[in-house]
Design a protein around this ligand. Structure first.
Ligand code: T46
Length: 133
């Protein structure tokens, strides 16, 4: 698999649920940045890039969407539809995401600060960076 689905432990009862994410057993890296995306157009495809040095865990805290991951040789689609599931994406993976449900909120936990120079936004450059062309 290109990405890994993490299943978070849930605390709670009939009155509500809570997920806590801390570096260690339940979470793979130290979080330096959090951002979230909402108000998405259902069929619009976001992303279209890879990162040179960035790990991220993506959580659909409300609603659902599809993440398409591409390692240059194959593409895999991951459905995110629960606040208890996180998609762990490592370096050098091309990502696109779409198929947003009404009310979808995508929260992303990132291992590094925002750096536009870390983005590879051209697919051919992505393949070259992996030695595939
Ligand atoms: C990713 C997917 C899942 C910032 O100023 N700071 C930030 O931390 C981020 C992430 C973005 N921006 C600015 C840069 C653009 O002007 O916000 C604007 C939208 O960013 P972008 O077009 O890169 O958004 P997406 O949804 O295509 O991709 C984002 C992340 O950029 C990316 O790392 O993996 O979400």
């Amino acid at each position: 698999m290109i990405g890994e689905i993490l299943t978070f432990p849930v605390h709670g009862d009939k009155n509500g649920s809570l997920v806590a994410l801390e570096k260690g057993a339940d979470f793979p890296f130290e979080i330096k940045r959090v951002y979230y995306i909402w108000g998405t157009t259902p069929t619009y495809v976001r992303g279209h890039h890879a990162h040179k040095n960035l790990e991220q865990v993506v959580v659909c805290t409300s609603g659902s969407c599809d993440f398409i991951l591409d390692d240059g040789t194959k593409r895999e689609t991951y459905r995110l539809d629960s606040p208890t599931k996180g998609l762990h994406i490592k370096n050098n993976v091309w990502r696109e995401f779409t198929n947003f449900s009404p009310g979808c909120v995508v929260m992303v936990l990132a291992s590094e600060h925002y750096n536009e120079a870390d983005y590879i936004r051209d697919y051919d450059e992505f393949l070259r960076s992996k030695g595939l062309t």
